[in-house]
Structure formats: C-alpha cells, structure tokens
Design a protein. Structure first.
Ligand SMILES: C[S@@+](CC[C@H](N)C(=O)[O-])C[C@H]1O[C@@H](n2cnc3c(N)ncnc32)[C@H](O)[C@@H]1O
Length: 342
C-alpha cells in the first residue's frame, strides 16, 4: 500500500474535500481520504494521482508521501538514501520547496531545511537543481503536528481552467457559470467519459463545456435562443459534438441522460420570463426520476440559499448526499447539492 496526497486550494475547503471524495469514489483507494488541513491523505495500491490531477479543479498538487514524521522530529534522521534513489534518477532535475500550514517553523528554518534537503538529494543521486521547471518536485509540508516530505506534481488543469473562464470564451454572458465551479460540479456528479450530461438551464454553456472536456456528451436546453447560439459558439470552439435545443424545463424535450449538472436562474443575470425559479426546479425534480439512467449522485445543482433546494429535493423524495454553501458576497450564498435516488 502506498501513501498518496492531494494538496487543495484553501478558498473553498469544504468544496475541495467534497470534490476529492467524489473523485476518489471513482478510483480504487483503501478506506476514505483523511484530512489534515488542506492536505488529503490517501492509501492505495494503485496511484489515484494521475486521475485526480486530470479531473480535480481544486487540487493544486498531488503525489506520493515519501516520509511522514512528527513536527518535532528531525527529517534527516528518517530520510534514507533509498527513499531518494527511488524518487529521482540522476539525469533528472529537481526543486525543493516547503509549505507551511500554521506550522511553528520560521522563514529562516524553512529556507535552511530547503537548502539542506537540496544538498542531500544532490549528494545522493547527483541530480541537478532546476527551480523554474524541474522534472521532479519535492515539497515538505509542515504543520503543527507533522512534517511530510512528498514528491509532487502540480496541477496542469488549474491554469487551463483560468484560460476557460467565461470572459475568455468566444461568447460571454454574465449568467454563465465559471469553468472552475462547472468542473467541480461535474466531479460532484461523478461524470464519466461517454456519459450523457444534461444541463436543462444551459445558457451560454459553461457547464456543458466542462462536461465535454471530461469526455462526456453534452446536452443542453434553454429558453433563450440568443444564449443557445452563444453556447453553440463556445462548444464549437472546443470541438464538442454537442446537442443543444431551445425548450422549457417544464416540458423537457429530453428522454434519457446519465446525469444532470445545472444551475437554475437566480439573481438579475438570467431571466425566467416571469416564472418562479423554484417552480422551474420543482418541475425538473419531478421529471428527473423518469429520465436519469444513473441513480447515485446523478444530479448536481447550484442555487441561491433563498431557493432552499435541499427542502425541495427532499420533499420530492430525492436523497441529498452533499450540501455545501459558498458565500459569494453579503447578499448571496450559493448552495451546491449532490442528489440521487433512494
Ligand atoms: C444561471 S443561467 C445558466 C448558466 C449555465 N448553466 C452555464 O453553465 O453557463 C440560467 C439559465 O436558465 C435559463 N432559463 C430560464 N427559465 C428557463 C426555463 N423555463 N427553461 C429552461 N431554461 C430557462 C435562462 O435563460 C438562463 O440561461
């Protein structure tokens, strides 16, 4: 069994943990992910790291835990040449960095540790240092209770998500969902390649784009044809064989899909043409049973706290397995729910 780690963004810790829980349910890990601050620890026979790095929007880095000791222990008393020799080849370049999570280490102590570890690795494998683009990255994660030396790989997805934010897409509308949250929601719904993902309030296609980039088939419905034209532009640019149609969620022109990832209209950015947004979601929940092929966590929906989507889902007999709140600003708290069937 090998110990692996994920180090997540600190902005939305609850959401990051939920994303990892959903993704790890799609891999073969031993037991549950255990958390020490922003560090998630995973035991597995097979590395879940490539899959998590490819999928997770809120993971900054991930990799193998090489050494784990108490915060008062001396790393060099526990570090063997074999550990280093197994982690890096002599022809590779490397960097060493420390991350402090409320640890008692001063900046000087951290610098000293980085320097000493760098020298140790160089002496053991005669690999070269490259701080800008190393082939192997060693990070030492320090917190109040532990020192963990890890071999890490940084997320390539996160910079790509920034490139895909709504303002950078060919078509933009303020109601569009940002790429990071769209990706997290697809992950909470455990979207897998080749599944059919429906967004019945697809607007400019923020969610549909991420679903397609995971490898799923994107199907969208929206009332507003201008937004649908925009979603077609956005989906075409990434080569999606999308299927988007003008329609009303109250009379969904879709008979079957594997999951629903969506955000109903709320706030001023999107119009409902006079209908109550909550009534639209009610229609969706009533129809979900008939059209969803997958039963577990097959709906991920994001709405404002005023909509109280949890009560609505439960009143329709649906099972809410995740309920997360994100404070957007003083007047708006977003709620994200993973929903399935009994
Ligand atoms: C918050 S936006 C959706 C953003 C989109 N999910 C994304 O990923 O970018 C809500 C959308 O619901 C659409 N809408 C409003 N009433 C609707 C209805 N009755 N049926 C279908 N879509 C509706 C609006 O036109 C708007 O595009």
């Amino acid at each position: 069994m090998t110990a692996y780690f994920v180090y997540v963004s600190g902005e939305q810790l609850g959401l990051a943990k939920a994303e990892i829980a959903a993704l790890s349910s799609l891999t073969r890990i031993d037991g549950e992910v255990s958390w020490d601050g922003r560090l998630g620890l995973i035991n597995a026979l097979e590395s879940p790291v490539p899959f998590i790095l490819e999928r997770a929007a809120l993971v900054k880095e991930a990799g193998i835990v090489l050494v784990e000791i108490g915060a008062r222990d001396n790393l060099f008393d526990h570090l063997s040449d074999d550990t280093v020799l197994n982690a890096i080849k002599s022809e590779e370049t490397f960097s060493v960095r420390t991350i402090s999570e409320n640890s008692n280490f001063s900046v000087d102590e951290r610098l000293e540790l980085e320097k000493r570890l760098g020298k140790y690795i160089k002496r053991t494998v005669s690999a070269g240092v490259d701080l800008k683009s190393p082939q192997v990255r060693f990070i030492v994660i320090l917190n109040r209770n532990h020192i963990r030396l890890c071999k890490a790989v940084g997320s390539k997805l996160r910079p790509m998500l920034r490139e895909r934010e709504p303002g950078r897409k060919p078509f933009f509308h303020p109601s569009m969902m940002n790429a990071t949250l769209a990706r997290v929601m697809c992950n909470l719904a455990c979207v897998m390649p080749d599944e059919i993902v429906l967004d019945p309030f697809c607007g400019g296609g923020g969610i549909l784009c991420e679903a397609f980039l995971i490898g799923a088939k994107s199907v969208g419905v929206d009332l507003n044809w201008q937004l649908l034209t925009g979603s077609r532009q956005n989906l075409s640019l990434i080569g999606s064989d999308y299927n988007v149609v003008q329609g009303d969620v109250r009379h969904l022109p879709v008979h079957e899909c594997d999951c629903i990832v969506t955000d109903p209209p709320y706030g001023r950015a999107s119009s409902t043409r006079g209908a109550r947004a909550i009534g639209l979601v009610e229609s969706l929940f009533e129809r979900a049973d008939a059209i969803l092929r997958r039963r577990d966590e097959s709906i991920c929906i994001c709405g404002s706290s005023e909509m109280n989507l949890r009560d609505l889902a439960e009143s329709k007999g649906l099972v809410v397995s995740q309920f997360l709140q994100i404070r957007v600003h003083r007047g708006l708290v977003r709620e994200i729910l993973s929903i399935g069937f009994q």
